[in-house]
Design a protein around this ligand. Sequence first.
Ligand SMILES: C[S@@+](CC[C@H](N)C(=O)[O-])C[C@H]1O[C@@H](n2cnc3c(N)ncnc32)[C@H](O)[C@@H]1O
Length: 210
Amino acid sequence: MTPPIIIAGCGPGHGDYLTAAVRNAVTDADVLIGARHLLELFPEVKATRLTVGADIPAVLVEMEKHRDQQMVVLVSGDSGLFSLARRVQQHFGREHCQVIPGISSVQVACARLGIDWNDLRIISAHGRAPETTVDELRHWHKIAILAGTRAATEWAADLLDQLGTDYRAVVCENLTLAEEKIQQCDATALREASLASRTIIMLLHQEVTL
Ligand SMILES: C[S@@+](CC[C@H](N)C(=O)[O-])C[C@H]1O[C@@H](n2cnc3c(N)ncnc32)[C@H](O)[C@@H]1O
């Protein structure tokens, strides 16, 4: 019988934030599929490795050749937040996929700041400008922007300028990793900052106390 494709949320990067469910699935995998830094989380696993780069369709086609084997697709953070999971489900059919959730980088950012995320607006500026407006975002006192590129940093700085001085930025880089760094800044400092590829920019209203 063809096994389901397992989509595994691998957390924000540090092995301590990987669940036992994901570790067990990876141990039993014949084929591991994921970005290089995710594959490197499992150096001891002997499975065949397919590295995911910019060409997602090519990886999906390559995966078809392994359909009779146990495939585990590694995604960062949680699979339900701006991940490869949706593309894999669309290609192979949701009914043929099994999802193991992971700890999202957004959860870690909120935990580090000691704030709830039940009233948090999450948007991704990673790879594209978000489809939203300042007027819509003004309704939110907590905004998390998945960033990590120069364009994303500049987009967030422009947004902060437009939201005005009621808001400030808290930049969360490399969460859970040895290089983790969390710092508050204004729009000017944000625009000039050279940030890690793994960065979340939180824009918080002054009523949100830290
Ligand atoms: C393609 S999205 C995937 C998000 C992921 N599914 C999650 O739940 O965290 C990649 C973005 O996640 C964020 N990210 C992932 N790991 C991170 C980390 N350790 N520290 C800060 N941000 C991180 C960055 O904004 C990065 O651009």
